[in-house]
Design a protein around this ligand. Sequence first.
Ligand code: AMP
Ligand code: ZN
Length: 468
Amino acid sequence: MKIYNTLTRRKDEFVPLEPGKVKMYVCGPTVYNLIHIGNARPMIVFDTVRRYFEYKGYEVNYVSNFTDVDDKIIKKAIEEGVDADTVSKRYIAECKKDMAAMNVKPATTHPLATEEICGMLEMIETLIEKGYAYRAEDGTVYYRVKKFKDYGKLSHKNLDDLQSGFREIKVTGEEGKEDPADFVLWKPKKEGEPYWESPWCQGRPGWHIECSVMSKKYLGDQIDIHAGGEDLIFPHHENEIAQSEAANGKPFANYWMHNAFLNIDNKKMSKSLGNFFTVREIGEKYDLQVLRFFMLSAHYRSPLNFSAELMEASKNGLERIRNCVSRLDDFLKTAKAGEMTGEEKDSLKEAKGLVEKFEAAMDDDFNTADAISAIFELVKLANSTAGESTAAYVTEIRDIIVKLCDVLGIITETKEEMLDADIEEMIARRQQARKDKNFALADQIRGELLEKGIILEDTREGVKWKRA
Ligand code: AMP
Ligand code: ZN
């Protein structure tokens, strides 16, 4: 299996740190708003990477954080007259709903920055002890970039160039820096902002430290894959490497994967240009499986342009697959019993060849575009061969298509089953309604679930559910 590694700038053969296991960390969103379809790209892409590893038999420990303390969250909280926690909790819940709707599996762990402050204090302390960080007079702690000899190895930037670039930019409030390239690990609180106690000042962490700390806590000092959008290469991931490798004394991640950007009408997505869609908005127009299919129709390292035409094309493509599966289901009802015919065996051999084609595409740096082509060829084969066939043949070819689609997170059933995460979320809302003594709402939610075939049971251990 080959993965394009930003660190080495080539496709490297994947060798896990521990046989049969993959430890991967994906930088998650800052939660101050509903996620937009640009944020959805890394979610879908790296969820697919995870699913493919699982298909290959690896056990994947997948960690993805929520950045829940940040200037934008604080600004939004002030605007709304609530505290920052209320804003971040709300958008984490909304983000999880969007993820479920896009069939993105929940991470093994979704740590929150605000719950990991202790670990951040420890790592900053270690960096100070080792001479990689220093406290300025105002209490800010900076990372001493010059001390870390490998700085720039991920973004392939030269420290001298970086320093002369930085020197021209004078930032007020950062007078305590020894060097313009140094970056913040901890900063003093400002009026009205959330803050934590620390040995240096009451304050809050800089952005980069959280990922180094969460990755260490949930995956260990060394991990296999670290991933995110390409805008994170510099400075975020470069700084994470500087922090983690200086603190732990070991190489941090072996493979660095970055997805290219999603544009709209060939322009960068931006709120000011008005060419900006949330996942929620797209979900009102399309089944979000169409969005997922669209995202995977291009290689993750190619820029992708979002347009109504391409979404229509994805919708048609997805329908072609779904129609095929539903026809196969129909055929099964009348299919013949008994052994496969010689012709069917030949077709199945051809189908297995297409599975190999799918795997070869995915093994080549997760080329989902070619993997989808292999699925379309399978669909064509099934459509032309599965008429009056044996049940054995129809079942096999159907299972192959469904399984490969599942690797891409594509649900082939037209009648969508409710996802576990959605059910849990509705149960949590019902519990809250009961706590609030809003029994009408609680009953309404129970009714909605029942309509979707989910039966609730209130037991002494809590609420249990089952599918009807
Ligand atoms: P943020 O909330 O800005 O930290 O972004 C969360 C994730 O979404 C990061 O991995 C970003 O690189 C990624 N991201 C943001 N905008 C886009 C975009 N237009 N296309 C692809 N990825 C994006
Ligand atoms: Zn990060």
